[in-house]
Design a protein around this ligand. Structure first.
Ligand code: GAL
Length: 463
């Protein structure tokens, strides 16, 4: 690479300029070298010698390595990615696999770190990313290879449902392969705690019923019936409460149409969240999703709204679904399936293009998905998964995914709305958790939708 790029936050619109500057810098450097070569007086011809000339430097061999970034660092996530790597290594034993895990749930740390790398032309061979909007800036800046040929050679269209296919495409071409489908609108509960307090989880179908159960737990001495974690998990929870206002409302939200601070459903969702916050632990700051889940596992609290990556943590400690823990749909969203889809893609100009392609093949494969997802808690993105490998929660999720009428894309997990809107949601919600100011939050969210109006380019049809 010619020249060293400054340490600064590069924007996608700057990348083309950066590339041009790098080219110009290279040309200038080459010219200088030529001038120097011509300028240096040629040494007098060396007398003929019989000595053996020094060995010529051989051209460098491409190292057989695979470098990829991901954010799966909780205990169950690490077990899952290791299982996937195991499938890759059994197929390609000579390749050195170099995963780069970056701590931080939902990718908020990793995605911030990867962006300057990719923009500086230093993309790893692949990196974890959510399907949909999250990848759009990379696509817009021409930094991703189309991978239609891989989708074709692996026969993916026959086994990946249309809703997932569409989220892996831009302008009709594929740019990502999915490894799973996570469900986001789930409440996890500690079964013993509910049983001991005569709470029937199946009856918690409305927010009123759910809050009444929380009151009952409180009266019985459970100080904080619900666990709440760090900022993105707060936004995650609020997203599900937004969804509980109905699929029409959520569709308007992801289509950028909730632009009024007095929208009754937006206000109602904030009021519900305000009430919800009266039951949560006060030490949510910096509390990871897995730490919050551990407090449900231990029985310290009864409930936690979280995506079904939480399932991986329950399983890892030997808890059995239906016996030790269970789930209910977030009230009001029982017939909805909130989608969070993890993908990998092929960035342009990577060091090991063949291995990038091979990794994507394994990520998309039945063997790969059936090794990864049973540990991860999610279901496979493929419809031909080997059901014997999945637990009862996952079997029920597979049925729900096939049969429920309404899918909805998560905003917090990168798919549903433009990145600027997602970023704003992640600012507004933690502020609301502290000040509980409904009209301030409603105004900020409505203003965020207005400010990002031109970026809502996907027209979602969720009904
Ligand atoms: C989601 C991701 C899941 C899980 C979770 C917590 O965004 O897609 O695979 O890792 O974050 O980190």
């Amino acid at each position: 690479m010619c020249g060293i790029l400054e340490q600064k936050e590069w924007t996608f619109s700057e990348v083309k300029l950066v590339k041009r500057m790098k080219l110009i810098t290279c040309l200038v450097a080459l010219s200088l070298m030529l001038v120097l070569l011509v300028g240096c007086a040629a040494p007098p011809a060396a007398p003929p010698t019989t000595e053996t000339p020094p060995p010529q430097e051989q051209p460098k061999q491409e190292v057989n390595a695979l470098v990829f970034y991901h954010w799966w660092t909780s205990a169950s996530e690490a077990a899952s990615i290791n299982a996937l790597i195991g499938v890759f290594t059994s197929k390609y034993p000579d390749t050195a696999v170099m995963p780069a895990p970056v701590v931080g749930g939902a990718g908020y740390s990793m995605l911030g770190l990867i962006k300057p790398l990719v923009l500086a032309g230093e993309a790893p061979d692949a990196f974890q990313m959510h399907a949909g909007y999250e990848a759009k800036p990379y696509y817009d800046a021409g930094l991703l290879e189309p991978i239609d040929s891989l989708w074709k050679s692996e026969g993916l269209e026959a086994v990946i449902p249309k809703v997932v296919q569409d989220m892996c495409k831009f302008d009709g071409n594929y740019y990502a392969v999915p490894v799973n489908v996570h469900r986001v609108n789930v409440i996890w509960y500690n079964k013993k705690l509910l049983d001991d307090n005569n709470i029937n989880p199946a009856s918690l179908t409305t927010w009123d019923a759910f809050f009444a159960a929380c009151d009952k737990l409180k009266a019985a001495g459970v100080e904080y019936p619900i666990q709440l974690g760090e900022s993105w998990t707060q936004a995650h929870t609020f997203e599900q409460i937004l969804a509980s206002e109905g699929i029409d409302f959520y569709q308007d939200l992801v289509n950028g149409k909730i632009t009024s601070a007095s929208d009754p459903k937006l206000v109602a969702a904030l009021e519900t969240f305000k009430k919800y916050l009266t039951y949560v632990n006060p030490d949510y700051e910096g509390l990871g999703w897995d730490a919050a889940t551990k407090r449900i596992i231990s029985g310290e609290s009864a409930f936690n709204v979280m995506g079904d990556w939480a399932n991986g943590e329950f399983k890892l400690v030997g808890m059995v679904y239906g016996k030790d823990y269970g789930t209910i749909g977030v009230p009001g969203t029982q017939d909805m399936y909130g989608l969070c889809i993890d993908t990998f893609q092929h960035p342009k100009g990577v060091a090991h293009p063949t291995n990038s392609e091979r990794w994507l093949g394994v990520v998309a494969s039945k063997d790969g998905q059936d090794a990864f997802n049973p540990k991860k808690g999610s279901i496979a993105a493929r419809s031909d998964a080997d059901l014997t490998k999945y637990d009862d929660y996952q079997k029920a999720a597979i049925t729900d995914f096939k049969t429920l009428p309404n899918m909805f894309p998560s905003i917090v997990h990168g798919s549903g709305a433009p990145n600027d809107f997602k970023a704003k949601l992640n600012e507004v919600v933690p502020a609301f958790v502290k000040d509980k100011d409904v009209s301030k939050a409603a105004s900020a969210l409505a203003a965020a939708a207005q400010a990002s109006a031109s970026q809502f380019t996907t027209v979602w049809s969720l009904e």
